[in-house]
Design a binder for this molecule. Structure first.
Ligand SMILES: [Zn+2]
Length: 133
């Protein structure tokens, strides 16, 4: 297991993180305008309404942009080597920042189809990452 910085849990992301304990990717949806959004917030950034509902995501997406990081990130083991940081467009229409794993970092390319995979964190949550589909 790679050691990762453990993200803090904001009030508006409690359900997201609870779902990761079961390796389920969920997204906040606005019940008023019927659109998903990312990142989790208390109100919809599109219509400033709500309520916010949590819906299961397909876990499929496409790489929008990718960069290979050669310096270790916070709490990353320098021996783990370079890693790919990417913006992934999920099938539901939201864009999330993540890592591409399951291939060499420089093999991750814009337009590549990816699917979610999970990296365990020490507290039982999981970090959503993406691998080639
Ligand atoms: Zn809305």
């Amino acid at each position: 297991m790679t050691k990762f910085f453990e993200p803090p849990i904001s009030d508006s992301a409690i359900q997201f993180w609870d779902s990761t304990r079961e390796r389920r990717l969920v997204l906040p949806w606005c019940a008023a305008c019927e659109h998903p959004f990312w990142y989790p917030r208390e109100v919809c950034p599109r219509c400033l309404g709500g309520p916010v509902e949590w819906r299961e995501a397909s876990g499929s997406g496409e790489v929008h942009a990718v960069s290979v990081q050669h310096r270790p990130g916070p709490m990353r083991d320098p021996a783990a080597g370079p890693y790919a940081v990417a913006l992934v467009d999920l099938a539901e229409g939201v864009r999330i920042m993540t890592n591409i794993v399951g291939c060499e970092p420089d093999a991750a390319t814009v337009g590549m189809a990816v699917r979610v995979t999970w990296e365990p964190l020490a507290d039982g949550r999981h970090l959503a990452q993406f691998e080639p589909a």
